[in-house]
Write a protein that binds this ligand. Structure first.
Ligand code: V47
Length: 401
C-alpha cells in the first residue's frame, strides 16, 4: 500500500467521523483492508468512548428455543431439524416453556430471549400462548421474542399483515424483537445460504413496521460464509438507512460464523482478526445505532473482552441454555454468572453496567472485591455472589437463594 495515499485517506475518514458524516461503502471496505488493525480499533474505540465512555453493558437473561423444527434450509444452521420425530428434533409444550421460568424462580432475570425454528404446523395460538404463560408467571420480565424471519413466516402462514402479527404479539406480552435472521441482505448471498426464508427487504420491512408501532429491535449480521467485504458493508449501510428513517434499532450484533454440524462445515471460521475488524468497521459505519454487542457465546469470552476496545460496548448477558451456537460447535460455557460477567468486563478495563433490555440502567459496578468468588455456571446467582455484590437482588426477588 502507498503510505502517503493511505494517510490522506485515513485523514479523510477521521474528518468525516469528527463531522459526524456517515462513511461510504468505499470507506468501509477500505477500512476492512487497512493493515494496522490496532489503529483501526483505536479509531472505533474513540467513537465507542464518545458514545458510552468506559461503560460495558450486560443483562441478566436466558434463552428459550421452544422448537428446532424448521421448514427452512439455511446452509449455516446446525440447530434446525426438518420435521418433528427426526433425531434431535424437539418442540416444547407450553407447560415445558413455563417450566423454564418456574425452575428459575428467585433469579433476578429481566429478559427472556425467544427464537424458534419455522415450525410448519404449530397453530398461531402456540406463539401467543408462549408469551402469555411466561407473562402470567413473571409479569415484570421483558420478552424479546421472534426474529423478523419468524414474523414474516407467521404473516404468510396465518394470513396476516406484519402489523397485525406484531399487534397480536404485543397484546400477548411481546416487548421487543431480537435481531436474528438478517444474515447478509445481498440477494446473491441469500440465494446461496438461506434461499427459502424472508428476503433482506422483507426482514427490513418487518423491523420498519415494528419501529412504527413503537417497538425497539436489534439487528445482526452473520459474517464469514460466502459473502464479500463489500456485501458486509452494504449490509451495514442498509441497516443504517433504516435507522435514519425510524430510529428503532438499539444494538447491532455481528455474528461470527460457526461451521460445525452444518452444510457449510468445510468453510474455515472467521479468524480473530476478522472478528475484531468487523467490530471496528461496524462501529465506524453505524454512526446512528447506539450499541454494538459482542455476544460472548458466539465470539468466545476472550475475543468478547478484546472487542470492548474495538467498538463494542455490550457483552450480552448470562444467556443460559443457548442452543443455536452450541449445536454449531461453540466452546463457550452454557451460562455465565453475574460475577463472572462483571469480572470479564472489569478485566477488559471497562465499567460494568447492568441494563434491562431497553438499556435502562439497573446497577453499576462500584468496584467491590470479587476475588475468591467462584460461581458455578449452572447456578448463575450464588448466595455468595449476592452477598458480595451490592446490588438490589434481594429487593427484586425476595432474597431467595
Ligand atoms: O438468526 C445461526 C445466526 C442467529 C449460525 O437480538 C449463526 O440481542 C453463526 O440473532 N454460525 C441467532 N451464526 C442469534 C441472534 C442473537 C444472538 C444474541 C443476541 C441477539 C439479540 C440476537 O444466529 C440466527 C443466525 O443469524 N446463526 N447459525 C452459525 N452456525
Amino acid at each position: 500500500m502507498n503510505t502517503t495515499r493511505n494517510d490522506s485517506r485515513l485523514a479523510d475518514i477521521v474528518r468525516k467521523l469528527d463531522d459526524r458524516t456517515p462513511l461510504s461503502l468505499e470507506d468501509g471496505v477500505w477500512l476492512y483492508h487497512y493493515p494496522d488493525v490496532c489503529a483501526l480499533g483505536s479509531l472505533a474505540n474513540q467513537v465507542r468512548e464518545r458514545l458510552h465512555g468506559d461503560r460495558t453493558y450486560f443483562n441478566i437473561n436466558f434463552h428459550i428455543n421452544a422448537t428446532n423444527v424448521c421448514h427452512a434450509d439455511c446452509k449455516f444452521c446446525s440447530f434446525a431439524r426438518l420435521e418433528d420425530g427426526m433425531p434431535q428434533a424437539y418442540t416444547m409444550s407450553l407447560e415445558q416453556i413455563r417450566g423454564k421460568l418456574v425452575e428459575r424462580r428467585g433469579q433476578p432475570v429481566t429478559e427472556i430471549h425467544i427464537v424458534n425454528g419455522l415450525h410448519p404446523t404449530l397453530p398461531w395460538e402456540y406463539y401467543l400462548d408462549t408469551l402469555r404463560v411466561l407473562k402470567a408467571e413473571r409479569p415484570d420480565i421483558h420478552l424479546k421474542a421472534y426474529t423478523a424471519v419468524e414474523i414474516h413466516d407467521f404473516a404468510v402462514r396465518y394470513d396476516r399483515s406484519y402489523e397485525q402479527v406484531l399487534r397480536e404479539l404485543v397484546d400477548a406480552g411481546l416487548g421487543s424483537l431480537p435481531g436474528g435472521g438478517a444474515e447478509i441482505f445481498a440477494e446473491r448471498v441469500r440465494k446461496k445460504i438461506c434461499r427459502d426464508k424472508a428476503t433482506g427487504e422483507q426482514w427490513l420491512d418487518v423491523h420498519r413496521t415494528a419501529h412504527r408501532l413503537g417497538l425497539r429491535t436489534n439487528c445482526t449480521m452473520l459474517y464469514g460464509t460466502v459473502e464479500t467485504l463489500e456485501e458486509r458493508v452494504d449490509h451495514m449501510i442498509r441497516l443504517r438507512s433504516l435507522q435514519a428513517e425510524t430510529g428503532g434499532f438499539q444494538t447491532f450484533i455481528p455474528l461470527s460464523f460457526h461451521p460445525d454440524g452444518n452444510d457449510l462445515g468445510k468453510l474455515p471460521p472467521p479468524t480473530g482478526m476478522d472478528d475484531l475488524r468487523t467490530y471496528a468497521v461496524a462501529r465506524l459505519m453505524l454512526d446512528n445505532i447506539p450499541h454494538i454487542k459482542a455476544y460472548w457465546v458466539m465470539l468466545g469470552l476472550k475475543t468478547a473482552q478484546i472487542a470492548q476496545s474495538f467498538g463494542a460496548d455490550d457483552i450480552d448477558g448470562t444467556v443460559q441454555e443457548e442452543k443455536i451456537y452450541h449445536m454449531a460447535g461453540a466452546e463457550t460455557p452454557q451460562a455465565l454468572g453475574r460475577v463472572e460477567l462483571v469480572r470479564l468486563i472489569r478485566e477488559a478495563g471497562r465499567h460494568a453496567v447492568e441494563r434491562d433490555t431497553l438499556y435502562n440502567v439497573l446497577w453499576e459496578d462500584d468496584g467491590a472485591p470479587l476475588d475468591g468468588i467462584r460461581v458455578d455456571a449452572s447456578v448463575p446467582y450464588s448466595t455468595a455472589a449476592r452477598r458480595r455484590l451490592p446490588i438490589a437482588v434481594a429487593e427484586q426477588d425476595g432474597g431467595a437463594a
